[in-house]
Design a binder for this molecule. Sequence first.
Ligand code: FRU
Length: 509
Amino acid sequence: GMYQEINRPQIHYSPSAGFMNDPNGLFVDDDGLFHLYFQYNPNQTVAGNQHWGHATSKDGYAWDNHPIALAPEKAGEGIFSGSIVVDRNNTSGFFGDDVKPGDRVVAIYTLNTEDNQTQDIAYSKDGGYTFTKYERNPVIDLKTTQFRDPKVFWDEQHSHWVMAVAHPQSYEVGFYTSADLKSWQETSRFSGGLWGYQFECPGLVQIPIVGGPRNGEKMWTLLVSINPGAPLGGSVQQYFFGDFSNGKFTANDTAVRFADFGKDFYAAQTYFNAPEGQAIIQGWASNWQYTQVAPTARGDSGWRSAQSLPRTMTARWTQYNPMYNGYQLSMEPLPFGTLAGAELAQRATSNTTVQLKGDGAFDVRATFAVPADAKNAETARLRVKTRGGAFLDVGALVKPGDPATIYTDRRKAGVTFADTNSFFTDRASVAVMPLRRDPADAKSDQLIDLHVVVDRTLTEVFAQNGTVSASTLTYWDNNEFPSSLQIGLSSKDITLESLSVKPIASTWK
Ligand code: FRU
C-alpha cells in the first residue's frame, strides 16, 4: 500500500505521489504542531507546475497530509519557494478580532512567470490550512527573472519584519525590512562564499551558542544554497556566521563552510516560532543533479523525494580550530522518544554484525578510540548492508597527529541508474569532511563519535556532536533494504568503545 513501497523512507516525510523539492513556509503553531509546506508538482514526477503542498506533525516524524495550500492561477506560472510568519499583532491588517492571534498566518513566496519573478503574499485565517492571495500582489517587483525565495523573520530588537531573498545570478542575498509585510524597503545586499551558478533559498536565523566565550548567546547565521556548483556536484547549502545590524549582514570571515557535506541536503530552511528559542532546520534530501531520474517514480504511486529529518542547530565551540573562529555549525535530529525500540546491539565487539530487524529505519550510535601513540592511519567503518551484498559505508580515517576524516561512500550501494545519470555513484559520491583535533588533547585517545540514522533509501550522519553531518541517498538492488550493520576496524589500534542500534518504528503505518 501507500508509503509501504520498498524505496520509501519510513520516518521521513515524502509526498504520497508527485514530485517534491524545497521545504517552504516552515512554522510551529500555538499547539506545537510543525507545519511543513513544500515545492510540489502534484501531476508529474518531475519539477514543473509548482504548488505548495502541506503536511503537519506533532513530533517531526509522523506526518499528516493536507490539501494543497497554494496553487498557481495560470498554466506556465509557479508558486516558488518562500516562508511563513505568524502575524500575531495583525501588522498586515489582514485579520479581524475574530481571528485568534495564533491563526494569523501569512505566506511570503515567489510567483514565477515566464518573464518575471516577484515576491507575493497570501494570508490564512485558519492557522495555515487555506490561503487567500493578497489582491495587490506583487509586494516586490524588480522586473527580473532572477529574484526569488523570500525568508522572513520578526526582528525583535527593531520591531519590524526582515526578509532575506536571493538575487541568484548576481550571487547576492538581498535584505529588506517591512512594518506590515506589504511595503518593503531594501537595506543591503550580501555576497560571499562559493558562488556556483546561482544563489537560492537564503535564510537568516539566530542560533543558540553552546560553549566557549559566547556560551548562551545567539549566533547570526546566514544560510545560502547554490546550484549547480557544489564541490561534489549539483546542489549544496553553505552557511556564514556573522553579525546583523542596521539591516546588513557581515560575515565573520571569508571561509566557505557547508551545512551538510553529503550530496543530498538542499534548500534547507528553519521553522518560524520554534519552541524555546531553538533553531530547527529541515532540508530537501535530494540533489538537482539527479533528482528527476531517481528510481522512485515506478510502482503503485510514483513519487520523488523526501525531506530530511528536522534538525536542531547550534553553534558549537571548537576552540582548536581557529579557521572556524572557534565556532562550528552543529545539527542533531529531534529526539526519537518512544518511536525507538529495544537495543539490537547487545555485547558489541570489534567484529560484530548486528541484524537490522524492523521497518527499515534505525538509529545507530558508535564511538571509536584511536590511541595517541598509534603509528598508522586507521579506519573505523560502519557498513550498512543488504542480503544481496550492496552496501553503504560511513566511517572515519584517523592518522595520529593529522586531522581525521569522516566519510560516506555509496559507490557499492546498489541501483546506479547510470544509464540515465552517472552522477549518483560517481567518485564524487565519496563525501569527506576533515575533523581537526585539539592539540591540547594530543596525548589522549582520539575519540570518534558517529551518529547515523538509516531509513531505507536515506541515511543521515551526525558525527562529533553533530558538527559533521551528511545526508546520502541510496537505492538498493533487488527491492531490498538494509538487513545488517557490520563494524570494520583496520587494526587493533582502533577500538570500538560503544555501539547502540535501535529500530525506529515506521510512522506511516
Ligand atoms: C531551489 C529552487 C528555488 C525555487 C524552487 C522552484 O531548489 O530552484 O530557487 O524557488 O526551487 O521549485
